[in-house]
Design a protein around this ligand. Structure first.
Ligand SMILES: [Zn+2]
Length: 394
């Protein structure tokens, strides 16, 4: 069993010249109805027996079409239920169930935590993972990294894998059938990609998630996240409200899934994901808000930390228009929660990628940036309103 600090990448000594490295899944497939073609794609890598790893709901909703697609391709399959949290307990339980089953791939069907748990299980079984996201709410599907949580949902570790998912197959009809809130959360996660990659590209000391320098290509994917969202985010939100697939939705699903996934891993992370991870240690936030919503708070904080107030305002106006949180109150916190705010500020300042910023970051600076972002968010809420936020959150 690998330790959770296993890092299957070369590391570079301080004296070495660090190369540019880009990593990505070999095959990304996105379109309306592609769930019915999963079997056809898997024959490319000669799969004969697969396990479908999904929540009870996923097994009921996507299972039938997926199983018939596998059958049509002469691939036998079995089901394994994801219990709801990507914890070491859940991963070990699935490995114990599947160890003697001789499957030659694991198909993880679901949201970010199911996908991340599926990567961990497949790695331990020594088989490729195929990721079939049912939501475009996060940047998990395309990376070779999983975030592992405690059974209570607090971020506890990151696992790095030597291989990427063999396929990422996104059925936009499935994504369009989900609640608007998931797509919108994915926009928060995707927007961060650009601001974090931009920092890493500009700072020669910065490292991406595989410990190397980012390529121009990875930063360009990050930038494409932001331009795609500003251009199509609002329309994509409307499409998913009406459970309809259109070009705007296709563009944003790609931004949230492919561009954001490859963009964060190869482009690099900075403060936005640091704050998002820290927020999971506040139980009321973790229980009620999605990863992408916490990352949205992180983007605003990072831009304030960088003293980029006009860019922060532009982003906050977009967030408020699509329904992402822009104030502390909108992620269930208050300016008066001094103890909690100090705690998340300290955790953010200790984040493994915080040093990608070109200046030293103290807990006090994060604390001040969180309050400044909240102030800006309140001003933006006054002008843009919170109708979208309230609709998205119900
Ligand atoms: Zn993320």
């Amino acid at each position: 069993m690998p330790a959770t600090d296993f890092f299957p990448q070369p590391t570079y000594a301080a004296s070495e010249k660090v190369p540019r490295v880009l990593v990505a899944p070999p095959r990304y497939i996105q379109g309306s109805g592609v769930l019915g073609s999963v079997g056809r794609y898997l024959t490319i890598i000669n799969i004969k027996r697969a396990v479908v790893y999904a929540s009870a709901r996923g097994l009921a909703e996507q299972g039938p079409l997926l199983r018939s697609s596998l059958q049509d391709a002469q691939i036998s399959s079995m089901d394994c239920r994801f219990p709801g949290e990507c914890s070491l307990e859940a991963i070990d339980a699935a490995v114990a169930t599947l160890a003697a089953e001789q499957v030659d791939c694991l198909i993880a069907v679901g949201g970010g935590k199911c996908v991340d748990a599926g990567k961990c299980v497949a790695y331990r079984l020594g088989v490729p993972v195929v990721v079939v996201p049912t939501l475009a709410s996060n940047d998990a599907p395309c990376s070779a990294v999983s975030v592992v949580y405690t059974p209570a949902g607090v971020v506890s570790a990151a696992e790095f894998f030597p291989d990427h998912p063999a396929f990422v197959i996104v059925d936009t009809e499935v994504v369009a059938a989900a609640a608007e809130r998931y797509l919108v959360a994915g926009m928060g996660d995707a927007m961060a990609t650009w601001y974090e990659a931009k920092v890493c590209l500009a700072n020669p000391k910065a490292r991406n998630v595989v410990g190397a320098r980012p390529t121009v290509a990875a930063a360009a994917l990050g930038e494409a996240c932001a331009t795609t969202l500003f251009a199509h985010g609002l329309d994509a939100g409307k499409a998913v409200c009406e459970n309809r697939v259109d070009d705007a939705l296709e563009q944003v699903v790609e931004a949230n899934t492919l561009l954001s996934g490859v963009g964060f891993e190869s482009g690099g992370l900075a403060a936005a994901h640091g704050l998002a991870g820290a927020l999971t240690s506040i139980a009321a936030v973790e229980k009620n808000y999605l990863h992408g919503e916490m990352v949205a708070a992180g983007v605003m904080m990072q831009l304030m930390l960088q003293q980029e107030k006009s860019e922060a305002k532009r982003v906050a106006e977009f967030f408020a228009a699509v329904g992402l949180p822009v104030t502390l109150a909108q992620i269930g916190m208050q300016r008066s929660d001094v103890g909690d705010l100090r705690q998340i500020a300290q955790e953010t300042a200790d984040y493994m990628f915080i040093s990608n910023l070109p200046f030293d970051v103290s807990a006090g600076m994060v604390y001040a940036a969180v309050l400044a972002a909240d102030e800006l968010g309140s001003e933006v809420t006054e002008s843009v309103g919170d109708t979208a936020y309230r609709r998205v959150q119900n």
